[in-house]
Design a binder for this molecule. Structure first.
Ligand SMILES: CC(C)(COP(=O)(O)OP(=O)(O)OC[C@H]1O[C@@H](n2cnc3c(N)ncnc32)[C@H](O)[C@@H]1OP(=O)(O)O)[C@@H](O)C(=O)NCCC(=O)NCCS
Length: 426
């Protein structure tokens, strides 16, 4: 093994760092600006030469009703002359060290090379699908709408109202970025200064503001393909299919040539359900995938414990059981105790005693699948990928980890919005 050193960024690295980024991404315009504070920027050196770069963008995420400190991994690149020499993985090890030191309980990224990250315990959590409803289905659905609908032009003066709507929507999802005033300002800057084909409307029903939507009208005319309207975001407190159809009908009235409305891949579950009820279909979106890594098991569970309690209470009611089992969770050797006595989940250090409590041991990648509900604990045990002793606790674990509304939504370019709330100074 050669002399690979990973360290944080120093101003003298700037030119070499940019060269590595441009060469690894094969793009003379690729860059990592704006850079987060130096302690979040990782540089790899081989025999004294800069050969690798990545940075962490600290941000806050909704994991259901809880807010979790996270780090987005950005622009991971190794000099093409030195790929497959272990530099990428050395950088990922440094990243994990920084994430833990900065108490960033989870990491997120989108990537075309999931295998590379999987080897360092990242897991794919998204299955990108785009839901589309054809014009005829929109019109049939809108016929059932009773009420008055108005789409009003959005206004920069009302960003605080939109931020409130967006935050309520995000708080129902897992891995939806936290929207504060600053984040909304950055997002608005993008959507209000878009091209002529982009739109932003407020949704008013019966004379009352109910939410907003923004998106674009497809203008790429391809032979034999119908034009469609793409919703980039539609935020409301509830998604009633007839109302959604009425909104889409209004959008389609822009021009007869538009034949469908699609919602993109990070559509929230309520809207996806409404669109499917109208006759919409899923289309798999290729390209990048979203991955997460649970860096700090104890911190993560401390943040989300309130999300686990209703499921635990439901389990006890259904099983007509008075008392829940305490569980020692062992994730690749990182141990925490989920104390479930009295139906409350308290997260204790794994080194504290847990006499007689059940043990659930599993890999970090599988933990990511378990907490999002992509796989049930009992299935992992049956497949021989996890151990649970005694097995009687498995039904409780299955109940505590039901499928979750996973919606990966963030713009890592807006990371400065959370710096103040996270106590991160430049
Ligand atoms: C992805 C990248 C950073 C990997 O860097 P690297 O220094 O070559 O990585 P390592 O040498 O530490 O690789 C460790 C292992 O990861 C796997 N791996 C590495 N690159 C991979 C790739 N592109 N696809 C899938 N697996 C990969 C391999 O198993 C490799 O082991 P091997 O060398 O025995 O084959 C590098 O290929 C790169 O700069 N790619 C272009 C930019 C890019 O796509 N970045 C990711 C954007 S999210």
């Amino acid at each position: 093994m050669s002399n690979i050193i990973t360290r944080t960024y120093e101003p003298r690295d700037e030119r070499a760092m940019n060269e590595v980024i441009q060469q690894s991404f094969k793009n003379p315009n690729a860059n990592a600006y704006p850079l987060p504070p130096s302690r979040f920027v990782v540089i790899a050196e081989l025999d004294g030469k800069v050969v690798g770069h990545t940075s962490i963008r600290p941000m806050l995420f909704h994991v259901g009703g809880s807010i979790v400190r996270a780090g987005i991994l950005h622009m991971v690149g190794t000099d093409p002359a030195h790929q497959h020499e272990g530099i990428g993985h050395a950088m990922l090890d440094k990243v994990t060290e920084i994430m833990r030191a900065e108490r960033l309980a989870i990491s997120l990224l989108e990537t075309p090379v999931p295998l590379f990250y999987r080897l360092k315990n990242w897991e794919v959590v998204s299955d990108r699908v785009d839901v589309t409803v054809p014009r005829a289905a929109v019109e049939a659905g809108a016929a059932k709408f009773k009420g008055t609908l108005e789409l009003r032009d959005g206004s920069l003066d009302r960003l605080a109202v939109y931020a409130g709507t967006r935050e309520r929507m995000g708080s129902k999802c897992w891995f939806f970025v936290h929207t504060n005033g600053e984040y909304m300002k950055l997002l608005a800057d993008k959507m209000f200064h878009g091209s002529l084909v982009e739109f932003f409307y407020e949704i008013w029903l019966g004379g009352q503001y109910k939410g907003y939507l923004f998106g674009s009208r497809d203008i790429s005319i391809k032979e034999g393909e119908a034009l469609r309207i793409t919703i980039k975001e539609l935020a409301m407190d509830a998604y009633d299919p007839a109302t959604i159809a009425a909104i889409y009908k209004e959008l389609l009235s822009f021009d007869d040539e538009f034949q469908a409305v699609g919602a993109g891949f990070n559509v929230v579950p309520g809207l996806a359900v409404a669109m499917k009820a109208l006759g919409g279909t899923d289309v798999k979106v290729g390209g990048n995938v979203d991955m997460i890594r649970i860096n700090m098991v104890r911190e993560f569970f401390k943040a989300i414990r309130g999300q686990l309690e209703p499921a635990l209470a439901g389990f006890l009611r259904k099983a007509k059981q008075k008392e829940a089992q305490d569980v020692l969770l062992d994730v690749d050797g990182e141990r925490v105790v989920l104390s479930c006595k009295g139906g409350h989940v308290v997260v204790n250090d794994g080194t504290s005693s847990c006499d007689g409590c059940a043990t659930f041991s599993l890999a970090r990648t599988d933990l990511a699948r378990v907490v999002t509900g992509l796989v049930a604990p009992s299935v992992l045990v049956t497949e021989g990928k996890a151990r649970c002793e005694p097995r009687v606790t498995l039904a409780q674990l299955d109940a505590v980890f039901p499928p979750r509304p996973v919606v990966i939504n963030y713009s890592n370019h807006f990371f400065t919005a959370h710096a103040g709330e996270m106590g991160i100074e430049n």
